[in-house]
Write a protein that binds this ligand. Sequence first.
Ligand SMILES: CC(C)(COP(=O)(O)OP(=O)(O)OC[C@H]1O[C@@H](n2cnc3c(N)ncnc32)[C@H](O)[C@@H]1OP(=O)(O)O)[C@@H](O)C(=O)NCCC(=O)NCCS
Length: 200
Amino acid sequence: MRNLAIIGASGHGKVVADIARKNGYSEIVFLDDDESIHECGGYSVIGKSSEAGTIDAGVIVGIGNAGVRKQIQESIPDEKLLTLIHPDAVIAEDVAIGEGTVVMAGAVINPGARIGKGCIINTCSSVDHDCVVGDYVHISVGAHVAGTVNIGSHTWIGAGVTVINNVNISGGCMIGAGAVVIRDICESGTYAGAPAKRVR
Ligand SMILES: CC(C)(COP(=O)(O)OP(=O)(O)OC[C@H]1O[C@@H](n2cnc3c(N)ncnc32)[C@H](O)[C@@H]1OP(=O)(O)O)[C@@H](O)C(=O)NCCC(=O)NCCS
């Protein structure tokens, strides 16, 4: 029997639970600071995020917001943190993936890529060869990052984004859904469109 506590009883948490189930975790519970939530995806919410350190289970943070994810993940002892990879993700053998990262169904991560801790590599996204993805980055559903791209920590790559090869993207950016990033983004901010331009 493998026990898992997922912090964050949300839609994202529900997907994380499904991946955990497919990885052989049979006893799954949620922790959430919102006391009005009692159930998520058929699993019980048994306490608050602050209880993660004491519970007899591996822990993963299933929260989309990078700042909150980081804050909570860093409060959890390293030995309890898990990394979860959907069995239908395709990951090259030499890829390094940090603790607390979740890789979802249909994601592809190609050789030489390095993925930081606390990242979300979402459904059917791809991270190509030799990319360096910082901590707490979210590569959203259907986004494609070509080879040798660097993405700074806390950046959120929106759904269906395309990033061409050899581009650097600063930390703390939001890249809007469907954007096409064709040159370096050196300042944190919100970028959208094709080619991506700063909108905030
Ligand atoms: C980019 C984004 C964060 C902007 O949200 P916001 O800060 O609330 O900004 P607004 O909606 O006020 O839009 C600001 C401007 O950018 C434009 N814009 C916003 N998102 C855009 C997008 N994805 N592509 C092109 N233009 C976009 C708006 O039309 C608006 O233009 P205007 O000022 O000329 O009217 C949001 O639209 C977005 O794309 N989020 C991604 C969500 C996502 O991918 N989720 C994946 C979950 S897995």
